[in-house]
Design a binder for this molecule. Sequence first.
Ligand SMILES: NC(=O)c1ccc[n+]([C@@H]2O[C@H](COP(=O)([O-])OP(=O)(O)OC[C@H]3O[C@@H](n4cnc5c(N)ncnc54)[C@H](O)[C@@H]3O)[C@@H](O)[C@H]2O)c1
Length: 286
Amino acid sequence: MSQHRPAGTPGRAGGVPALPDLPEATVARLPEYLRALHNLAETGDDTVSSEELATAAGVNSAKLRKDLSQLGSYGTRGVGYDVALLIDQIEFVLGLTQRRAVALVGVGNLGHALAGYAGFASRGFRIAALFDADPAQVGEEINGLVVQHIDDLPRVAAEESIAIGVIATPATAAQSVADQLVAAGVTSILNFAPCVLAVPDGVDVRKVDLAIELQILSFHEHRKSALTGLPAGAVASGPAASGAGTALTAPATGLTALPGGLAATGTTEATPAGPLRPSNAEAIGS
Ligand SMILES: NC(=O)c1ccc[n+]([C@@H]2O[C@H](COP(=O)([O-])OP(=O)(O)OC[C@H]3O[C@@H](n4cnc5c(N)ncnc54)[C@H](O)[C@@H]3O)[C@@H](O)[C@H]2O)c1
């Protein structure tokens, strides 16, 4: 089955491949598609419809088709996407065709868990070095790697071609660790410490903070309980019925002004307006 790849879209054939400049939100969804595709491949599926893949990845199918069209992947009408080819395309765009070496700095509670996690290798990453500043940690072996002193970072980063640094130190040490990683030539950092890092242009930082995720869930819990405190009629009213910005009172939580749209609870993305016509279900833009 062909999954055509228009000129100027990613591909390996024909010399230097072009990489699309994708929106960050699309980039963030690609790993979800990839995970779902690998699961499909493991169960022996050769093709997948956009609806099936969207469901497996937990996104809406119109968004999925738009994302994949930006990779030059449109699927085949009535058949869907070629699973192996789509895996190939997404791995190429994400730069996963080479296994990147990762250095983990800070081998305490979190660092131990990360260092012991076997799942990174299967997703394209190799933990190549572990560092800590505490002499009590240095020399410990975790998952076949010996924890080294942070002072050895410049040498090891060069030897192991470290591409990505992971910071799992206390926040007070994170900026100095980031500086050391950058000085050692690392240009991508995953920061678990609860702080904002200052880095030079050209260095990418991603932050992971489970407490923030919990706080966002807390907001939704708060909102749901606010809604259950409202008169039934108010919950049923949406923007069309009540007018956006209609002031309502939620005495149980002290919220005094709830826009009518709050009646639509949940965090799932809105579905596209109107049903999808079969003609555009698999072949938008082709
Ligand atoms: N992002 C999240 O969801 C999440 C979850 C848990 C913890 N954390 C954060 O992760 C970090 C680590 O938490 P933890 O519980 O593992 O702490 P921890 O105290 O158990 O471990 C921190 C480790 O960093 C080492 N360290 C300190 N300064 C260093 C330096 N300059 N260079 C190298 N190593 C250094 C310490 O010796 C220690 O081994 C903290 O910032 C914590 O807030 C984040």
